[in-house]
Design a protein around this ligand. Structure first.
Ligand SMILES: NC(=O)c1ccc[n+]([C@@H]2O[C@H](COP(=O)([O-])OP(=O)(O)OC[C@H]3O[C@@H](n4cnc5c(N)ncnc54)[C@H](OP(=O)(O)O)[C@@H]3O)[C@@H](O)[C@H]2O)c1
Length: 296
């Protein structure tokens, strides 16, 4: 049995990763969390370098999936110092310790490292983040690969899946506006997105971890994404259609969204993982129906 340690295991993606590895008899799993620790999740503040070191040295993981981050672009824009400590400082510490312990590290990153002007993006295309969040994740990638060249950086786009509350995902939050037919809802029809199910990303991560143990040439940057291109307006319209709800109040807004600047189309080219036989893609219609049904 191999051991995997997952940071951010209480988060939207981390919960799916925890479930995916826990469902496999081949893995012993330790999930870390912070404010939502408890039950099977160990509380560790990732910005406490010594506590992280102690936890990793004690558990001795074969694989570490580093999913924890501050990922809300507008929060990052307003709190750059705190974000740097978590998204970059904690990542550097984890990458160094994984190197010392010979643990294979998977660092989760984002399509927001690109400026969205020349899609689709291959892993080695030039990043140019438009906002502080994208920059902090890119800085995290750089320290990961500098401190630990055997690590994998896995970039993913906008995520959805089983949510604890609708606003937990930038996709499922749209359902609030879909359901509220009392007022018109302006929905972004400018940014092109590729909503990807957290369960699919979790499968990809487990497959990478399992393949890498036989094939150490798996290292560096990889991309994973669903392949259905939609705007938030199109996602909302699809939600209304699936649940047979009125959609006249949904209005397409062709302007760039307010707040931190976002890339127009940061489509990720996934051909490297496709070529390795890694991947799973849940159709949006199927995945979003399952995610939203509890909130009807
Ligand atoms: N969500 C998306 O659409 C999206 C898109 C592209 C890339 N990503 C990337 O995917 C990864 C996972 O994102 P997510 O959506 O799962 O994020 P999330 O739902 O916001 O979860 C963040 C996680 O980080 C943990 N965390 C925050 N501060 C911490 C600290 N000081 N010490 C320890 N843990 C801490 C949180 O723990 P507690 O809640 O227990 O405090 C939580 O488990 C991130 O690296 C993100 O950049 C996400």
């Amino acid at each position: 049995m191999k051991k995997v340690l997952i940071t951010g295991a209480s988060g939207l993606l981390g919960r799916a990763i925890l479930k995916e590895f826990s469902n496999s008899a081949s893995w012993e799993v330790l999930g870390l969390a912070f404010s939502r620790s408890g039950d099977n999740l160990k509380k560790v503040d990732l910005t406490d370098n010594a506590a992280v070191r102690d936890t990793l040295k004690e558990f001795k993981p074969d694989v570490v999936v580093h999913s924890a981050a501050e990922r809300r672009p507008d929060v990052v824009q307003n709190k750059p110092g705190d974000t740097k400590q978590l998204n970059v400082g904690a990542t550097e510490n984890i990458a160094k310790i994984c190197g010392e312990l010979n643990a294979f590290l998977v660092y989760i990153s984002t399509d927001y490292v690109f400026d969205g002007t020349k899609p689709p993006y291959k892993p080695n295309d030039q990043p140019n983040p438009l906002n502080a969040y994208g920059q902090s994740k890119l800085d995290g990638e750089i320290v990961t690969l500098q401190c630990n060249p055997s690590a994998v950086v896995l970039r993913v786009p906008i995520l959805y899946g089983q949510v604890e509350f609708l606003s937990e995902s930038a996709v499922t939050i749209l359902f609030n506006s879909v359901k509220d037919t009392s007022k018109p809802a302006n929905m972004c029809n400018y940014q092109q997105r590729f909503p990807t199910h957290t369960r699919d990303v979790a499968v990809v991560i487990r497959q990478i971890a399992e393949k890498q143990s036989e094939n150490p040439s798996i290292k560096g940057i990889y991309h994973w994404s669903n392949n259905e291109q939609v705007t938030k307006f199109a996602m909302a319209t699809k939600m209304a259609e699936i649940f047979n709800l009125p959609r006249d109040h949904l209005k397409a807004n062709e302007k760039a969204p307010p707040g931190a600047p976002r890339p127009k189309n940061a489509q990720l080219d996934t051909s490297d993982l496709d070529g390795l036989g890694i991947g799973q893609r849940t159709p949006f219609q199927e995945g979003i129906k399952e995610a939203l049904e509890p909130y009807l």
